[in-house]
Ligand binder design. Structure first.
Ligand SMILES: Nc1ncnc2c1ncn2[C@@H]1O[C@H](COP(=O)(O)OP(=O)(O)OP(=O)(O)O)[C@@H](O)[C@H]1O
Length: 248
């Protein structure tokens, strides 16, 4: 039985950017668990440390202190590409010289689906899941911003990552498209049964996509609650102010 991701006492510290300046503690002794099959939103204002924590989980940023485990096994010595985690960023970072199918298939290198017939079938299945069935041969340079992010989602989900890390995946899109796509992402993650950590500064987005929400302020997790309860029971006046709701 999987126990998912455990973060304990995590600290991410950046050295001073200029001589004599102060170091930044971006993640300040954070404890967090992402349970198998759940989508957990990490919600907080700009600069509170969300991306730093996500990057540490991915293995892109070293921890100064604390521990990261998956199913109880220490992730510290495991390099980024061996963690079995998928990544999706604000700019989907598609390869411009590849087609839609070429981009999605790229995520399958080195997996069971990476060869022969299985690859085409998996690409088609993923495009269907994100509402782009039949788009295989389109050059990605001809897609709209929303379609490009759907392809990025299909690519990151194709190898069936044990954890998907999403860092503000919709923030480059305009408001209408964001509202539409957050519904798509929520549905796709639920249908695929994906375990995911979803970073956002947008309350509505967090509530739509996630089962639970962890609120982060100034490097610390200050509240973890079911998405449906986050507005009704803010843990502190600071959380209430950030969420724009009356204090409990
Ligand atoms: N490479 C770096 N070197 C120095 N300081 C950094 C570095 N990356 C981030 N920081 C600082 O760490 C703090 C947390 O940044 P981080 O990007 O993790 O926040 P965030 O909540 O993801 O913000 P945003 O939503 O704006 O992306 C900020 O004060 C930021 O200036």
């Amino acid at each position: 039985m999987s126990s998912g991701l455990q973060v304990r006492g995590a600290v991410v510290r950046y050295p001073a950017v200029r001589r004599g300046g102060e170091a930044t503690i971006a993640v300040d002794h954070v404890d967090l668990a992402v349970r198998p099959g759940e989508v957990l939103a990490l919600l907080g204002p700009s600069g509170c440390g969300k991306s730093s924590l996500l990057r540490a989980v991915a293995g892109l940023e070293p921890l100064e202190a604390g521990a990261l485990t998956w199913d109880g096994a220490d992730l510290t010595p495991v390099p980024v590409h061996r963690r079995g985690f998928g990544l999706m960023f604000q700019d989907g970072q598609l390869f411009p010289h590849r087609t839609v199918a070429g981009n999605v298939a790229y995520g399958l290198r080195g997996t069971w689906w990476g060869r022969g017939d299985a690859r085409g079938a998996r690409v088609a299945e993923m495009l269907d899941l994100v509402g782009l069935a039949g788009y295989e041969d389109r050059p990605v340079t001809t897609l709209s911003g929303g379609q490009a992010q759907r392809v990025a989602l299909a690519r990151s989900l194709a190898p069936s990552p044990r954890l998907l890390l999403l860092d503000e995946p919709l923030s480059a899109l305009d408001r209408n498209l964001r509202e539409e796509l957050v519904g798509v992402i929520g549905r796709v993650l639920r249908e695929a049964g994906t375990t995911a950590l979803y970073v956002t500064h947008d309350h509505d987005e967090a509530i739509t996509v996630a089962g639970r929400i962890a609120v982060m302020l100034q490097g610390r997790i200050v509240q973890v609650a079911p998405a449906a309860e986050i507005r009704t029971a803010p843990a502190s006046p600071q959380v209430a102010a950030f969420l724009g709701v009356p204090p409990a």
